[in-house]
Design a protein around this ligand. Structure first.
Ligand code: UD1
Ligand code: UDP
Length: 384
């Protein structure tokens, strides 16, 4: 089996690493395409090093642009690659613009090239169309032949949208494969110590959602809340380039000065910081999942989450919305008072370090099913 695997932005690298490994272990061919949506060394190369990822077979170098231009650039550059590689499967992960762009190209070419599209992390829904990721998720799922879901709630979301259950396979969470495999090396790093922070006595924060960082009043409010927390406990903020750019453009340099602002960190450094934190305050999707597995209290600085199991089974809680300084402070205090592991019912099903293997088994099984299924009349049925 030949699988073309797409990665473009920071959270994609942790997701493709276990899939590529499982493909290689199973004697399959994995071809890695990096779209170049993220390109700074600390947003891309650092993860190739930490996660032992092979150099991409193709680099599309699309860079930053508006949603339309970035998506279109990925599509234009990806089409000839797909024609050249002619894989059995195009595997896209997550919900970034590169995910949708490549799924769309593959969906249009699949009859001609005989390939199929698999979406890893299918079925997550925030039920908020203002989020660019929600548009990407819903459309990618609609275009995909295989919907590989990380949690059972995704099944109900997809059923509501009329997706054929035969295309849905529960595989668990590939992000956690990477977390569990990198944890020993992350622990050796002792990032809190290196930054002069006391383990269990600091807050780790990450921010990059447009709803928090693209509007001056919202960014002022969330940074102001973090500055208030920092009066009582150090707050370390590995700052996303989008957030840094906006904070400077909106004249919020002063709010940043109250915090320990550092460049975005590599994966192992991030996990070391996450594990040592008293509480994590974040709007990241992946960080909600990692804190749940590590048992670290997390407050999600968003109106809703597409990862509800992190709240119902894990250590995550939602900040009261609309976000206010008082709301953040109260949520932080409550999370701190409850302490590590509090509220965690269990590590969610399938978040066990073996999701990459299940992705590859699913692709093999579905490939056979697709390849051998012929209608009673002997015609190959039209794809949904
Ligand atoms: C993207 C994803 C988001 C994901 C996030 C992970 C979409 C629509 N959004 O958001 O779902 O959670 O990645 O981090 O795909 N920039 C740099 N260097 C880089 C990359 C970006 O400076 O290496 C700056 C540029 O100014 C760019 C901005 O960050 O315009 C935003 O980058 P972009 O990839 O468009 O969106 P993210 O906010 O990173
Ligand atoms: N992460 C990292 N360094 C950072 C910030 C985040 O390694 O400075 C990791 C984090 O641990 C998780 C992933 O990046 O594995 C999440 O990516 P991000 O928050 O950018 O995107 P999202 O998950 O929200 O789409």
């Amino acid at each position: 089996m030949k699988a073309l695997v797409v990665a473009g932005a920071r959270p994609n690298f942790m997701k493709v690493a276990p899939i590529l490994r499982a493909l290689a272990d199973g004697g399959h061919e994995g071809v890695l395409v990096h779209t170049g949506q993220h390109y700074d060394s600390q947003m891309s190369d650092a993860f190739f090093r930490d996660l032992n990822l092979p150099d991409p077979d193709f680099h599309l170098e699309v860079g930053s642009a508006s949603h339309a231009v970035q998506t279109a650039r990925v599509m234009e550059a990806f089409e000839p690659v797909l024609r050249e590689v002619r894989p059995d499967w195009v595997v896209v992960v997550g919900d970034v613009n590169s995910t949708l762009a490549c799924a769309l190209v593959a969906a249009k070419l699949k009859e001609e090239l005989g390939c199929r599209v698999a979406h890893v992390e299918a079925g997550l829904r925030a039920n908020d169309w203002r989020m660019p990721e929600e548009v990407n998720r819903v459309l990618t799922d609609r275009l995909s032949d295989a919907l590989l879901i990380p949690s059972r709630d995704a099944e109900a979301n997809l059923a509501r949208e009329g997706i054929d259950p035969a295309r849905i396979v529960f595989v668990g969470n590939v992000m956690i494969d990477t977390l569990l495999s990198q944890l020993p090396k992350a622990r050796e790093l002792d990032m809190p110590g290196r930054l002069g922070l006391e383990r269990g006595n600091y807050v780790l924060s990450t921010l990059h959602r447009p709803s928090n960082v693209d509007d001056p009043a919202s960014l002022a409010s969330v940074l102001g809340a973090l500055a208030e927390v920092s009066i009582e406990m150090s707050v370390v903020l590995p700052i996303h380039p989008r957030t840094r750019k906006n904070a400077l453009a909106f004249g919020l340099r002063g709010s940043l000065e109250a915090l320990t602002v550092i460049e975005p960190v590599g994966y192992r450094e991030m996990i070391s910081l996450t594990e040592g934190a008293a509480v994590v305050l974040t709007d990241s999707g992946g960080v909600q999942e990692e804190t749940t597995v590590l048992g670290v209290p997390c407050v999600t600085l968003r109106e809703q989450t597409e990862r509800p199991v992190t709240v119902t089974e894990g250590t995550n809680r939602m900040v009261p919305w609309p976000l206010t300084r008082e709301g953040v402070l109260n949520a932080w205090r409550e999370a701190l008072a409850k302490g590590r592991g509090a509220g965690r019912v269990r590590v969610p099903e399938g978040w066990d370090g073996r999701a990459g293997e299940r992705v590859v088994s699913a692709l093999q099984g579905l490939k056979q099913a697709v390849g051998t299924f012929v209608s009673e009349s002997g015609d190959v049925p039209t794809r949904p």
